[in-house]
Design a protein around this ligand. Structure first.
Ligand code: BES
Ligand code: ZN
Ligand code: ZN
Length: 470
């Protein structure tokens, strides 16, 4: 773990307080001059960390201005305060801090933990690049609550690590092994179908996208089924696991290709969510499905104009090999039918159109699930600040995917590109369904609070909140 978080341990040197007003502070830890300074400063500059340097220790104080209980903007600014505190301590090369956030401790812990994340795998001098902050203790929450936050944070960072790892070290088999490793450590089940099994199941999309590859595909099945599961039928999560998307023969121009190691962001979110719900013993029966391959040109690569036929008999004319995500997700959505699920949610870095529409600030969502599921998911979006925005799913869009020679084609017009991608997928569902396009927020080019440059692990905190409260 990049940061050791404990409950109640006050042996740390530095202190931090997250308060609504000055009367919450223990005057005796300050000199009268210091207290005067703090009182004035937090009045004139609220919603900021201010720092008192007592030479033997630093004391940080943050006074927030507005607190509407449960308001998602307050939740988020508290997480950000946690991340900003970590940043300030790291800047000062500090190793520890004891925090009292007067009941908002879990939010600060979440922000502090995720904000201290750094992807170190390939750096030769790991020590020099490791954030200095190593220990943080929180006094105003229970051990159990804190452990839940730690487990969730670890799962998000696991997901980030997967996204940040380039394809040279993360082919479909590696991805499956990571899922297995996590399953052993956290107590969920994993089964991996190899190429032979995938062929026998006639997973036509996965095989077509994989045809130009040297590495074989994998189909990963994860299951968390606790004895006290509240749901009779499982909830299924499906994640796009394209470990690299060159576009295939419809090759991407090079300035669009880099960062495409992140095209397994949906898979990383599903695997991370399985870890989060298993490590925290969430009482829901959940299945995770991940079809995985790279997408690259090769001697045998699938071509535009090829037609493939799925296990359910549906034929698809491939007009663009770069619209590969929907091809492999279709196999997983067909496979999901055999579980008679209560609800299926897929996560995929599916279209540039989704990112163009709303940027990195949220998740583009669509589907035909009933209002209850939608409302719960939207609420979880606010709780986690992994916000979702529902796009229309009108039947007129279906027209745009008609093929001259097959049941369907994999490419629509440029307009409404995120929606036609979702529409394509819904052709393979026979259950309540929600599609989440995470192309915008899955991989970002700048640090922002507790979200760090690179893979973000988006989806894990959203789905964890959703499954816990469902
Ligand atoms: N993986 C990409 C989508 C993507 C683009 C994710 C940018 C993250 C950032 C996907 O496979 C793709 O190439 N989509 C095409 C679809 C088009 C050919 C219909 C796209 O969005 O351009
Ligand atoms: Zn593509
Ligand atoms: Zn892709």
């Amino acid at each position: 773990m990049n940061l050791n978080i404990t409950q109640g341990d006050l042996s740390q040197v530095n202190l931090a307080f997250y308060i609504a007003n000055v009367s919450q502070l223990d005057k005796t830890i300050f000199s009268p001059e210091e207290f005067e300074f703090v009182s004035n400063k937090i009045e004139s500059s609220p919603d900021n960390w201010i720092c008192i340097n007592q030479y033997s220790r630093l004391i940080y104080i943050y006074r927030y201005k507005k607190h509407v209980p449960g308001n998602h903007l307050f939740l988020e600014s508290s997480r950000k305060a946690g991340a900003n505190l970590g940043e300030a301590l790291n800047k000062e090369k500090q190793e520890n801090v004891a925090i009292n956030a007067f009941g908002h401790d879990l939010l600060l812990a979440e922000g502090l933990l995720l904000g201290n994340y750094k992807y170190l795998k390939y750096l030769s001098d790991k020590e020099k690049n490791t954030p200095s902050l190593q220990n943080a203790s929180f006094s105003n929450c229970s051990k159990e609550e804190l452990q839940e936050v730690i487990n969730l944070g670890e799962s998000v960072m696991f997901s980030r690590d997967l996204v940040n790892t380039p394809v040279i070290d993360l082919n479909p088999t590696d991805l499956a092994n990571e899922a297995k490793r996590s399953s052993k450590a956290n107590g969920f089940k994993v089964e991996v179908f190899d190429k032979k099994k995938i062929e026998s199941l006639k997973m036509a999309g996965l095989l077509a996208v994989n045809a130009g590859s040297i590495d074989p595909p994998a189909f990963i099945i994860m299951e968390h089924k606790p004895e006290n599961a509240k749901n009779e039928k499982p909830i299924i999560l499906v994640g796009k696991g394209v470990v690299y998307d060159t576009g295939g023969l419809s090759l991407k121009p090079s300035n669009f290709m880099d960062t495409m190691k992140s095209d397994m962001g949906g898979a990383a979110a599903v695997i991370g969510t399985m870890q989060a719900i298993a490590s925290n013993n969430i009482n829901k029966h959940v299945i995770g499905l991940v079809p995985s391959t790279d997408n690259r040109p090769g001697g045998n690569a699938v071509t535009p104009d090829d037609v493939i036929t799925y296990a359910n008999g549906k034929s698809v004319e491939i007009k663009n090999t770069d619209a590969e995500g929907r091809l492999i997700l279709a196999d997983a959505l067909i496979y999901a039918q055999k579980y008679d699920p209560e609800l299926v949610i897929d996560l995929a870095t599916l279209t540039g159109a989704a990112a163009y529409a709303i940027g990195k600030y949220g998740i583009v969502a669509m589907g035909d699930a009933e209002d209850n599921a939608w409302n719960k998911l939207k609420t979880s979006g606010k709780n986690s600040y992994e916000r979702i925005v529902e796009f229309p799913f009108w039947e007129e869009y279906d027209e745009l995917l008609k093929s001259d020679i097959a049941d369907l084609k994999n490419l629509g017009p440029r307009d409404a590109g995120a929606i036609t991608a979702g529409k394509f997928l819904s052709n393979f569902t026979d259950y309540p369904y929600i599609h989440l396009d995470i192309a915008g927020p899955a991989f970002v080019d700048a640090n922002d609070g507790y979200i760090k440059k690179g893979g973000t692990g988006v989806g894990v905190r959203l789905l964890y909140d959703f499954l816990k409260n469902y």
